[in-house]
Design a protein around this ligand. Structure first.
Ligand SMILES: [Zn+2]
Length: 305
């Protein structure tokens, strides 16, 4: 049987907070309980937002919480050749097309359509560049016009046929290849993009179980599609619940009160932090009411929940 391998993939753009710790804990627990491996991957392709010191802070916080990882942490910035190669494969199969659109052109097209097509994460790309003749694409690319690369979801769906993925919490989910439309495979500004990078890296790290927040459930439809197109192994998924603040919003970098560093400075022990995650209604006495109320909606939802 294949050894279980999971990963935690934070972005070094801020300090870890309780939401991250929960995600790391779910991945760590799933791996450790199966006698498998837990890996760390820094999602740092968006270099403009990354700050060098956060790599160290992330690793320091994880060590403090005894969420030790195996192997060297992976950095996406060291993997751009692999992303380029994957994109090349999709281009050669005619499944990716260059998109020269500016934000304004996309907005104008939505206005022209009367109503912008909607997906679970917002408006969808209206497909302007999909039908651009090959010769015109060539000219634009040769003239150095900045462009992204998009997946042609329709052609991709035709190429893969029916797909599904298995989630430990949700069961078998049929893939809707059109859910997020023609997603960006390589951004205009940085030359790579989240969906393709994560799929390529999960295969490279031999991740058997991809654990992450349920806010990424719709992305998994695209990821399963890309795995199939690129001939990559199909991992099992676990989309866990999110840690939310008192207003029900997903914790973000701005929730400084729930940053691990802040909690540690206030005298919380690693066990105290883990207890905050495990208590649906924390009765944990702490000096900061904001922490207690912010953690009030936390519900445990680890593997096997
Ligand atoms: Zn376009």
């Amino acid at each position: 049987m294949t050894r279980v391998r999971t990963r935690f993939a934070p972005s070094p753009t801020g300090r870890l907070h309780l939401g991250h710790v929960f995600a790391a804990q779910v991945a760590h627990q799933l791996a450790r309980e199966a006698g498998g491996e837990f890996l760390l991957s820094h999602e740092d392709i968006d270099a403009a937002r990354v700050r060098e010191e956060y790599y160290g802070y992330i690793e320091e916080d994880l060590r403090w919480l005894s969420l030790a990882w195996d192997d060297e942490p992976l950095r996406q910035t060291s993997r751009t050749d692999a992303y380029d190669k994957a994109l090349e494969t999709l281009r050669h199969r005619g499944l990716a097309y260059p998109c020269f659109c500016t934000r304004k052109e996309i907005r104008d097209e939505w206005a022209r359509m009367g109503a912008a097509p909607q997906g679970p994460e917002g408006t969808l790309y209206p497909g302007i560049c999909r039908a651009l003749p090959a010769a015109e694409r060539e000219v634009k690319i040769r003239s150095g016009q900045p462009h992204a690369w998009r997946l042609d979801a329709g052609l991709a769906a035709a190429a893969t046929g029916t797909l599904s993925f298995h989630d430990l919490r949700y069961g078998m989910i049929p893939v809707d290849p059109h859910l997020l439309g023609d997603v960006v495979l390589a951004r205009k500004d940085i030359g790579s993009a989240y969906h393709l990078a994560v799929v390529v890296d999960d295969a490279f790290q031999e991740i058997t179980h991809v654990t992450r927040g349920e806010d990424l459930l719709s992305s998994t439809h695209v990821h399963r599609l890309l795995q199939s197109l690129l001939g990559l192994p199909e991992p099992t998924y676990l989309h866990h619940r999110l840690i939310v603040d008192e207003s029900g919003k997903r914790l973000a970098k701005r929730n400084d009160a729930l940053a691990i560093a802040t909690l540690r400075d206030r005298g919380f022990s690693p066990a105290d932090v883990v207890a905050l995650l495990a208590e649906p209604q924390p009765h944990f006495a702490c000096e900061a009411d904001s922490i207690r109320s912010a953690a009030g909606k936390i519900t445990p939802d680890g593997p096997g929940a």
